[in-house]
Design a protein around this ligand. Structure first.
Ligand code: SF4
Length: 467
C-alpha cells in the first residue's frame, strides 16, 4: 500500500522551507538530541570500538539471515509464540486483521512501530471497523492531528508545546487549554488508561529478535509498550525480517548503541524481553502472542551486495538529527514513512526508483550520517549507487547532463579553451544568471566569486614559466 498517490518532493521542500515555525522547532529539538548523544559517546576511541562491534554483529546476522530466521521461528514456536510470514504489507495487514477477527476484537492499542507505519496499519484497520489507538505520546499527538510521524524516534518532533496544547484542547473532549507539560502528559495518560484496559489486542514493534532463544526485545521509555504487550489478552508483534540477531549476548552492545544514539541514554527506561505467552500460574501477560515477520522488499535488498548494508539499520534516528537536509525540512517533506538519510536509501529501494528515486538526490554527501551511524552504514556510498541507477535507468534523460560533462572534459583537455573559460569566469564573477537551465542552481545559491586572475597568470607575473 502506498502512502501518497502523488509525490512532489520539490513542492514539499518549498513548503517546509517556508515554514519558519517548523524550522525553529526542528533546530531546537535537533540541538538537544545531538547534545544528549554527545554526552553518552564522549570517549571517541570507545565509541568507535562499540560501533565496530555493533556493525559486525549486524553484518554477521545478515550473512546468515535465512538460517537465523528459521531458527528464530523454531524457538518462538517452542516457546508458544505463533509466527506469521508476510511478503508484502498487504499480507501483514491481513494477518493482523485475521487475528483480530479470530477474537472478535474491535479495539487495538499500539506501541510505537515503524513497520506498522510502513504497513499503514491504522488506516487499514480503520477501514475494517477496528479502532487502532496509538499509545506512545508522540504517536498519540500526531494521530490526533491525523499526521504521519516526522521522525523515526520522536514522531511529533516538529511540534512545540503550544501546538500540542492546541491539539489536545481541540481534539480531546473536555481537555482544558494548557501549555504545562506535566498537565498535558496527565491528559494523555488519563485518555490512554481506559484504552489499555478496553483493548482486546495490543500491538508492538520489535527492536531485536534473538534466534537462539526465541526472544523478542522491545526498547521504550514510556511504559506504554509494556502495557500494550501485557494488558490485552492478545499481543501481536510486527517486525522487518532484518531485526533478527544470532545470540542473546549480541543484544547489550546493540542496545547501548541504540539508546545512546537515539535519545542520549545509557539505557532506556524500559527494556522488555518477551519470550512466551502467559504461563500457567502467572498472574499477568497475554494469553496469545503472535509475531508477524515482514519482507516488503528486504530480501531483494539483501541479495544486492552493494545495497545490503541498508538492512543493518537499528532505526535509532541519529542520522536524521545530524543531516543538514532533514534538520531544515523535517520528515513530512520526504513523502514516505522513512525520512532523512536512512529514508533516502531505504525508500527508493522499497518503493522503486521511478517513484522515490528523487530522494537519493536530496543529499550533499557530506558524510555526517555515516560518521554518526551506530552500525556504520555507508549511506553516501549507497546514495551514489542509487544515483547511478537513476542515471542509467530506462527513461533517464541525461542528454543535457552528458553534454555538459562532455563540454567540461573538452575544456580541461584543450589549454586554450581552459584559459578562455577561466578568464570568462573571472570576468563574470558571481553574476551567474538565474535563468534557463542554470536557474535551478543559481536562484537558490550564492555562487563563489572566482579570482580576478588565474594561478597561471599570477605565476607568470612572478616570472615563473609554464611547464
Ligand atoms: S542509518 Fe544508522 S544512524 Fe540512521 S537510523 Fe539507521 S542505524 Fe540509525
Amino acid at each position: 500500500m502506498k502512502q501518497q498517490a502523488q509525490f512532489d518532493f520539490t513542492k514539499n521542500v518549498s513548503l517546509a522551507l517556508d515554514d519558519r515555525q517548523l524550522r525553529r522547532n526542528l533546530r531546537k529539538a535537533m540541538d538537544t538530541l545531538i547534545e544528549k548523544r554527545n554526552s553518552v559517546f564522549c570517549d571517541p576511541k570507545a565509541t568507535e570500538a562499540l560501533r565496530d562491534l555493533g556493525g559486525a554483529i549486524k553484518r554477521r546476522a545478515l550473512s546468515r539471515l535465512p538460517q537465523l530466521l528459521v531458527q528464530l521461528e523454531e524457538c518462538l514456536q517452542k516457546n508458544g509464540i505463533q509466527v506469521h510470514w508476510a511478503e508484502t504489507t498487504a499480507e501483514a495487514n491481513q494477518a493482523v486483521l485475521d487475528i483480530m477477527r479470530c477474537h472478535n476484537a474491535t479495539r487495538l492499542v499500539k506501541g510505537k512501530s515503524m513497520v506498522s507505519e510502513e504497513m499503514h496499519l491504522n488506516s487499514f484497520l480503520q477501514r475494517h471497523g477496528i479502532e487502532s489507538m496509538e499509545t506512545d505520546l508522540g504517536e498519540f499527538i500526531i494521530q490526533l492531528d491525523n499526521e504521519p510521524p516526522s521522525h523515526i524516534i520522536v514522531p511529533a518532533i516538529h511540534k512545540n508545546k503550544d501546538q500540542v496544547a492546541r491539539t489536545f484542547h481541540d481534539k480531546i473532549p473536555g481537555a482544558p487549554y494548557t501549555e504545562d507539560v506535566e498537565k498535558l502528559t496527565a491528559i494523555a495518560r488519563r485518555t490512554l488508561r481506559k484504552k489499555f484496559s478496553d483493548a482486546q489486542v495490543g500491538l508492538s514493534g520489535v527492536n531485536f529478535a534473538v534466534a537462539e532463544t526465541g526472544t523478542l526485545c522491545l526498547v521504550e521509555n514510556e511504559g506504554n509498550g509494556r502495557m500494550c504487550t501485557t494488558v490485552p489478552p492478545v499481543h501481536i508483534a510486527v517486525m522487518g525480517l532484518e531485526k533478527v540477531v544470532e545470540k542473546l549476548e549480541d543484544v547489550p552492545p546493540l542496545l547501548r548503541l541504540l539508546t545512546g544514539s537515539a535519545t542520549g541514554q545509557l539505557m532506556s527506561t524500559y527494556f522488555n524481553l518477551i519470550s512466551s505467552p502467559r504461563k500457567a500460574g502467572e498472574r499477568d501477560g497475554p494469553r496469545e502472542v503472535h509475531l508477524i515477520i515482514l519482507d516488503n522488499g528486504r530480501t531483494r535488498i539483501l541479495a544486492d551486495p552493494d545495497m545490503r548494508d541498508t538492512l543493518l539499520c537499528v532505526r535509532c534516528g541519529t542520522c536524521l538529527n545530524h543531516c543538514p537536509v532533514y534538520t531544515r525540512l523535517g520528515g513530512h517533506a520526504y513523502g514516505f514513512v522513512y525520512p532523512g538519510p536512512i529514508g533516502k536509501i531505504l525508500t527508493p529501494q522499497m518503493e522503486g526508483l521511478e517513484r522515490a528515486g528523487v530522494l537519493a538526490g536530496a543529499s550533499s554527501l557530506c558524510n555526517a550520517c555515516q560518521d554518526v551511524c551506530p552500525v556504520k552504514i555507508p549511506i553516501p556510498r549507497i546514495l551514489r549507487r542509487l544515483r547511478h541507477d537513476m542515471a542509467a535507468g530506462p527513461g533517464a534523460d541525461n542528454l543535457k547532463e552528458n553534454l555538459a560533462w562532455k563540454g567540461w572534459q573538452l575544456m580541461n583537455r584543450v589549454p586554450l579553451l581552459n584559459a578562455l573559460a577561466v578568464k570568462a569566469g573571472g570576468l563574470l564573477g558571481d553574476r551567474l544568471p538565474a535563468v534557463g537551465p542554470l536557474k535551478a542552481w543559481t536562484s537558490v545559491r550564492t555562487t563563489p566569486r572566482p579570482a580576478g586572475q588565474s594561478l597561471h597568470e599570477l605565476l607568470r607575473q612572478e616570472g615563473v614559466q609554464d611547464a
